[in-house]
Design a protein around this ligand. Structure first.
Ligand code: ADP
Ligand code: MG
Length: 697
């Protein structure tokens, strides 16, 4: 007898579960996606013990009839896909038909569902993949799925679950993301003791950000919106002899982008605060990450990352979502067109917005890291930092992850702890007082730190009021007039605080011969003279270099520079680009260079330091096998270095005319917000802040 055998369904489902569900948050993700696919407008998620004990999700979607309710738990059973061609144009979040059977194979599941048309609804109970009961039940239209005792029959997986608070943090972050992507829907997340998130429908994403994270967060983000026709994406046309005249000519439609990006003053140490949604699906994509980082190049330091919420819409045919079981990765048909469009849209938005950095905000804005709520590419969402699989089980080092999460810098500048929201406790009443608010607050804090720092809870924002109201699943609440008003206020303030007035500022004085003080309508400005001049020079050098018109000056005496052999090799690689930037350098012996001419404004020790810096940076790059560093990045590096070493230094007296000149020149730059290395240039002590500080308002 042969040794090969077909695995029983239950085993196959458990194997699939390994890819689809690895922690409570990934169960929540699958169930949430199902509810959204079912057209739900209200989704309520209850979790107990971080979802380890219970996850219950209730929606008002289309529901299922008896047959479907049973079929849904079969492997590869889906209502969203029929033929392989459908795979090319998936408009739903789910399509693989794997989630429910996978979840049911590793938990005790109860499904209650009704379509509203049939006489009765259906209640199905399944444990470890076995159907225990199927009954009629009187139910309203919609579906409730309760998943209890996750991994009860797979102890090895259970071991990898983290502390309750950590799991709850992941669930919270996930629900928050989906709530952001669907401002028109009502989301609720409640734990055994409290409402963690309550977001009634609002009109716009900005309002949803305000509703969930509060005023300060919204104030640090800027809106972006753009679109491009995909038709001109440069996809190679098939040659005429391969073209089938009967093929319908498919119009790829437009690529739409909208969302929010952070002002340069807000910086993160990792990419974890960048969220990308394609057709409302939260995904992770290297290509787009790169495009976003590129948009911020020379605006924030290369070691920092922005906060970005990006929503992209495109025809489903233009993006392949069937790349990974957890559906978090995608492939674009027109990769480079999409990449460049995202980069250029963000860059243009930044240039146009010219956001001014607030003086008080800048004080606190050292970049912080956010813990990851997304897995590294090619593993299911959502993983913990490093992925749950690679972490020691909780009992081996209970504190490690918690402290990592606690260290993570929150997004908001001023931390606020949410106010407890008392609510009805519809499940597990005994558990209520055991952990109490403290436990929840810890979980909430972590969840918050993981994404942004949420500002209080939506319920305190005039949407719902009073005890219990947040849990009321009745008719729609007053959908946040206060939210709409608050959002509009932030937007108005934001529109005013930009650097467009730089050119009309009046320089008042110089502080310690290093900072220019200037007054304007909007308040008091403090400008760092060195980085301001650096920005001016940087953009001028790049522009001159573009048209091959860099001004050079001959040195009276050639400057001799000694190099090590390895540095000579690096120099040879960048010599041509240096020459185009105004240098004239000749070999002067095996290890010596003679610099005969240099860009205007760069001389003496500064010139020597600049050359040393560029050579050093270039050799650092060759270590990383970046020999083929693209020419733009070498060019910007050289320009940044020349600018830095020839700019006005601090501790240099400037007369009023020169200060005025500098402000005017700065006003003309594309990015007056920050120097090429990402430091802020001009800070505004706004009129409002001044009045507030003097207790006048
Ligand atoms: P998929 O979402 O990939 O189709 P799932 O295993 O997640 O696979 O779900 C199987 C099927 O069950 C879905 O195709 C859908 O028809 C049905 N279903 C699941 N959840 C819901 C829900 N909340 N409301 C209505 N139908 C649902
Ligand atoms: Mg699904």
């Amino acid at each position: 007898m042969g040794r090969i055998r077909i695995l029983p369904d239950q085993v196959a489902n458990q194997i699939a579960a390994g890819e689809v569900v690895d922690r409570p948050a990934s169960v929540v993700k699958e169930l949430l996606e199902n509810s959204l696919d079912a057209g739900a407008n209200r989704i309520r998620i209850e979790v107990e013990a971080g979802g380890r004990k219970l996850i219950r999700i209730t929606d008002d979607g289309q529901g299922m009839n008896r047959d479907d309710a049973l079929l849904a738990f079969e492997r590869h059973a889906t209502s969203k896909l029929r033929t392989v061609d459908d795979l090319l144009s998936i408009a739903t979040l789910g399509f693989r038909g794997e989630a429910l059977p996978s979840i049911a194979s590793v938990a005790r599941v109860t499904l209650e569902t009704a379509t509203g048309d049939d006489a009765a609804g259906t209640r199905v109970e399944i444990a470890g993949g076995k159907i225990l009961h199927v009954d009629d039940a009187a139910l309203p239209r919609g579906t409730t799925l309760a998943v209890a005792d996750l991994f009860f029959n797979t102890p090895a997986r259970r071991k990898f679950l983290r502390a309750e608070s950590t799991e709850l943090a992941h669930v919270t972050a996930l629900v928050t993301h989906y709530a952001l992507a669907h401002p028109e829907k009502h989301f609720e997340l409640v734990s055994a003791t409290h409402t963690i998130l309550s977001a009634p429908p609002v009109a716009r994403t900005a309002e949803r950000i305000y509703q969930i994270f509060g005023k300060d967060t919204l104030a640090q983000l800027l809106p972006v919106a753009a679109e491009t026709p995909l038709a001109h994406g440069g996809l190679p046309e098939p040659p005429p002899w391969k073209k089938n005249p009967d093929d319908p000519v498919r119009d790829p439609g437009v690529l739409r982008l909208s969302g929010f990006y952070s002002k340069p003053e807000l910086q993160k140490l990792n990419r974890n605060s960048i969220y990308i949604f394609i057709n409302k699906r939260l995904i992770r994509d290297r290509l787009l990450m790169h495009a976003i980082t590129e948009a911020y190049r020379n605006v924030i330091p290369p070691t920092s990352f922005p906060v970005v919420l990006l929503f992209m819409e495109m025809a489903p045919e233009e993006v392949d979502v069937n790349v990974h079981p957890a559906k978090t990765e995608v492939r674009f048909r027109q990769q480079s067109h999409v990449h460049d469009f995202v980069r250029d849209s963000l860059r243009t938005a930044l240039i146009q917005a010219r956001p001014a950095a607030g003086f008080l905000a800048a004080l606190d804005s050292a970049p912080g890291a956010s813990p990851s709520l997304m897995p590294p590419a090619a593993s299911p969402l959502p993983g913990s930092p490093g992925g749950a699989r690679f972490q020691p089980p909780p009992d081996s080092d209970p504190g490690a992850f918690e402290s990592a999460a606690a260290e993570a810098e929150p997004f908001q500048l001023t931390q606020r702890l949410p106010t407890p929201v008392p609510g009805k406790l519809p499940f597990d009443a005994q558990n209520v007082n055991q952990r109490g608010w403290e436990g929840d607050r810890q979980a909430w804090g972590e969840a918050a730190a993981a994404l942004f720092q949420p500002a209080g809870l939506a319920v305190t924002d005039g949407c719902d009021g009073g005890p219990g109201a947040a849990l009321d699943f009745g008719p729609g609440p007053r959908a946040g007039t206060a939210t709409a008003r608050g959002t509009a206020e932030v937007e108005a303030e934001q529109a005013a605080a930009n650097l467009n007035h730089l050119g009309s500022l009046r320089p008042l004085a110089q502080l310690r011969e290093s900072f220019i003080l200037a007054s304007g309508e909007d308040g008091l400005w403090i400008i760092d003279q060195h980085v301001a001049h650096e920005r001016v020079l940087f953009e001028k050098i790049l522009a001159d270099r573009q048209v091959e018109r860099v001004q050079r000056q001959r040195l009276l005496l050639p400057l001799l520079v000694e190099l090590k052999p390895a540095q000579m090799v690096v120099f040879a690689r960048i010599a041509e680009e240096l020459e185009r930037n105004g240098f004239e350098v000749e070999p002067f012996g095996p290890q010596t260079l003679a610099v005969k001419a240099a860009p205007v404004g760069l001389e003496g020790a500064a010139l020597e330091r600049m050359l040393g810096e560029v050579i050093e940076q270039s050799s650092a790059n060759s270590d990383e096998h970046e020999q083929n560093e693209d020419i733009t990045s070498l060019r910007t590096r050289i320009a940044a270095s020349i600018a830095c070493h020839s700019a006005i230094k601090i501790n240099t007296a400037l007369d009023p005319a020169r200060m005025e000149w500098l402000l005017l020149e700065l006003a003309k730059t594309r990015h007056p917000t920050s120097c090429p290395h990402g430091r802020p240039i001009a800070l505004l002590y706004s009129w409002k802040e001044i009045q507030r500080a003097f207790h006048r308002i």
